[in-house]
Structure formats: structure tokens, C-alpha cells
Design a protein around this ligand. Structure first.
Ligand code: ZN
Length: 202
């Protein structure tokens, strides 16, 4: 089975392949990747998450966006050994979902980038977690806070690497203009909400 296929099958829940896949695994494997950008701390400060979520990170603990001058989230294309190492860790888990945490200093509300198969779930979770949802983020208009198209996912991003492998993803963006405590609360609630919905779909 190709990496990522199991995840898609689990989410769609249709056909013989999917049914077999569901029997094979105890539950959906979720990988949480935090702190790819070192100056976006909220996701790395999340502590209250279920133990069945595999955490990779904080990836970049330099306190700066770039690590050794490199934006790791533009190098998940085989062009950087550090990004390669993170991607291998993620792929090893055969994830049904990859959640990445980021923060935005230009947008003042919460939003998410999601693979199309996760868009509806991400919208539901955002709606429950906060009323402060971005209508627009950079050049993209959101659909109830969720962006699936436009220029996304960026070339070299972990989300693009997931897309290329058919792995569902949600990239959570909290605004740096919010108090850190609230950003951590929102990241925590979104991670838990996404997990709960995947578990319920089993
Ligand atoms: Zn970021």
C-alpha cells in the first residue's frame, strides 16, 4: 500500500480497500508537526493532547523563522537534509492526517490551510473553537476560515509534500496579535477537535 493511501481510505470510508484498511489499524495515525518556523511558538507550547498523536517537533527551536538561514517549510522537496529528516519521520507513521502548526503576524484572526478532503472537518472544528475566524489571508479568500485552493500549498512546504503523497493535512494558523495563552488554547482545541472527528469516523 502506497504511503498515504491508508489515510485517504480511512477518511473516505468507502470500498473494500477502505474496509480492509480500517481493520488493519487500531486507529487513525495523526502526526502533529510543530515549530517548523521557530518564531511561531503556540503549537510548540501545546501540552494537552492525547498520547496517540505522534508529535514531531518543535522542528526549529532557534526562535527565528529560518533555521541556519533556511526556511524549512520551503524545502520539503528533497533540497535540505533537515527537512528530509522531518519528512521521513512523518512518512514513517503512514499518517491518516498530518497537522502542522503555524502563526501569522499579518492576519489578525484564525485560519487553516487544508487538503480538500479535510476542508469540511476543518471548518466544523474552527467554528466550534473560535468566533474569530479570518475571511481573508494574504491573497486567499477563506471558506469559513479554511483555504484549500489558490496558491496553496506552497512549493516546498510540508503540506505540498503531503499533497503529492495523497496524505490529508491541516495547517493551523493562529494570529500573533492574540495573547499567547489564547493562541495555545486555540491550537490545542483544533488539534483535539480534528483528532476526535477522525476517531469518530473510524
Ligand atoms: Zn509558519
Amino acid at each position: 500500500m502506497r504511503v498515504g493511501e491508508r489515510g485517504v481510505a480511512l477518511l473516505l470510508g468507502t470500498g473494500c480497500t477502505a474496509r480492509r484498511a480500517i481493520v488493519e489499524v487500531a486507529g487513525p495515525t495523526i502526526v502533529l508537526v510543530t515549530g517548523i518556523h521557530g518564531d511561531e511558538p503556540a503549537g510548540s507550547l501545546v501540552t494537552d493532547i492525547p498520547t496517540d498523536i505522534q508529535v514531531v517537533g518543535p522542528v526549529n527551536n532557534t526562535g527565528k523563522r529560518r533555521k541556519n538561514g533556511v526556511d524549512l517549510n520551503r524545502h520539503f522537496d528533497g533540497s535540505n537534509s533537515e527537512s528530509d529528516r522531518v519528512l521521513s519521520q512523518v512518512l514513517k507513521a503512514s499518517p491518516a492526517l498530518v497537522i502542522t502548526t503555524h502563526e501569522d503576524d499579518e492576519v489578525d484572526s484564525v485560519y487553516a490551510y487544508a487538503s480538500p478532503d479535510m476542508a469540511e472537518t476543518a471548518k466544523q472544528v474552527l467554528r466550534v473553537v473560535t468566533g474569530d475566524i479570518a475571511a481573508k489571508a494574504h491573497a486567499d479568500v477563506t471558506d469559513d476560515g479554511v483555504i484549500t485552493g489558490g496558491r496553496q500549498p506552497y512549493a516546498g512546504s510540508l503540506e505540498r509534500a503531503c499533497e503529492q503523497r495523497g496524505i490529508p493535512y491541516v495547517c493551523v494558523e493562529t494570529p500573533k496579535s492574540m495573547p499567547i495563552k489564547e493562541r495555545v488554547r486555540i491550537q490545542t482545541a483544533i488539534i483535539n477537535g480534528l483528532r476526535q472527528r477522525l476517531v469518530d469516523k473510524r
